[in-house]
Design a protein around this ligand. Structure first.
Ligand code: SAH
Length: 396
């Protein structure tokens, strides 16, 4: 096994159990390693610190599997790590019994570059690093064994693989997919999940509990759901007794799934739902021109800032939609606004929303601070893992 020798002082973040070793921290590699191979991380004096996956084409040159440098990282180690992550979900009362659950959340679950989401009988796995790609068989075997699911489907088609020099990989890797469309029940609402062609691994599980809160706030309200995807927030609002729900997304296929989701839930009053295929920025201006106003507005846009480098342009886009949204709120109305950009921190996001409210000339207060559901934990050593943040603000 090759040794990765750190520059003097660069052992500090490893000692704090941060799993990323950046190119600028590496003095040299002693020995030979191919992409994804396990290397022993040593400080400048040669003291072993950790075992990590070597990733020569990425700026994150190595990702730590184990902070015990003597522990062998093999098939059995992966099976144990996967089983432990799955068991943590089963033990949490909000997650136990859920159909749609994130089983492995990468670095924060001690498995850098590994995402696994369970949708009923199917697990979708996404491998985004050279190390996780190399251990595909062990990870898939571990998931199949720990969950007893009938299929594992791979969706390693995220753009971040390019940074690791990896091609996209998708397809069935274990068992057989069910013939009928896959559905899950989330807080009483049935939703279709397309694991092959849906966004990410098929669904946005991170918003599960925020969707429930939306349902609880929706009774007798006129609701506007922007960036609705397959209608998760909209259906919870209908279930919560909303008077009307207008949902907007630019994706025709997502809206077609949303329509099927309404049909899957005969308990909901479909006549209260209106769907628009449109660009949200334009649609919000058009709604203002139409004189429409709402009691509850959800803004859950895509990642405008994939990294801190995009933060400035993204901040303008966030300010724009929040400003446009706030203008459509009735007095006493609530704005539920989100950012899933890692490059925009909570403090900055709150400033952006405050700036939008000031420009519109409304007073607003935060009722709820929102984050991802507990199957998307944030490792205390890996604050970068915190990406989803939201505010529920009431205006007067
Ligand atoms: N709220 C959703 C997830 C939203 S993901 C849920 O709970 O499941 C972001 C969505 O924004 C995607 O469905 C994407 O199609 C849509 N989108 C991206 N840019 C858009 C734009 N400019 N106008 C409208 N929709 C957009």
């Amino acid at each position: 096994m090759a040794d990765l020798i750190l520059l003097p002082g660069k052992e500090r973040s490893v000692l704090r159990r941060h799993p990323w070793i950046f190119a600028g921290s590496v003095a040299r590699l002693e020995g030979r390693a191919r992409p994804g191979d396990t290397v022993i991380v040593k400080d400048a004096q040669g003291t072993p610190l950790a075992r990590a996956a070597w990733s020569p084409s990425s700026q994150i040159r190595a990702r730590v599997w184990s902070f015990d440098p003597d522990l062998s990282v093999d098939h059995a180690w992966f099976k144990r790590a996967v089983a432990a992550s799955v068991a943590r979900r089963a033990a949490h009362p909000w997650l136990a019994g859920q159909d749609g659950v994130r089983l492995i959340h990468g670095e924060s679950d001690g498995l850098p570059g590994v995402i696994a989401d369970r949708y009923g009988e199917v697990v979708v796995v996404q491998l985004t690093s050279a190390g996780s790609d190399k251990w595909r068989d062990a990870i898939v075997a571990g998931l199949a064994q720990a969950t007893g699911c009938r299929a594992v489907y791979e969706r390693s088609d995220s753009d971040v693989r390019k940074l690791e020099g990896l091609e996209p990989v998708t397809g069935l890797v274990h068992g057989a997919l069910p013939d009928a469309p896959l559905t899950i029940v989330e807080h009483g609402v049935r939703m279709e999940v397309d694991v092959a062609a849906g966004h990410k691994t098929g669904f946005y599980l991170d918003q599960r509990d925020n969707r429930r809160l939306t349902g609880q706030l929706a009774a007798d309200r006129d609701v506007l759901n922007c960036f609705c995807y397959t209608g998760g927030f909209s259906l919870q609002a209908l279930a919560g007794g909303a008077r009307s729900v207008l949902s907007i997304d630019s994706s025709g296929p997502a809206l077609a799934t949303a329509a099927r989701n309404v049909a899957l839930n005969p308990q909901l009053d479909a006549a209260r739902a209106e769907w628009r295929e449109d660009d949200v920025f334009q649609a919000l201006r058009a709604l203002r021109a139409e004189g429409r106003r709402f009691d509850l507005i959800i803004l859950d846009p895509p990642k405008f800032a994939p990294s801190a480098a995009h933060a400035e342009r993204a901040a303008r886009a966030y300010k724009d939609i929040n400003l446009l949204g706030l203008r459509l709120l009735k007095e006493g109305g609530i704005l539920m606004t989100y950012s899933c950009s890692g490059g925009i921190g909570l403090e900055l996001f709150q400033k952006i929303v405050a700036g939008a409210a000031a420009d519109v000339g409304v007073d607003a207060r935060i009722l709820h601070r929102l984050c991802a559901a507990p199957d998307h934990p944030v490792g205390l050593a890996v604050p970068e893992g915190e990406y989803l943040k939201g505010l529920a603000c009431q205006v007067s």
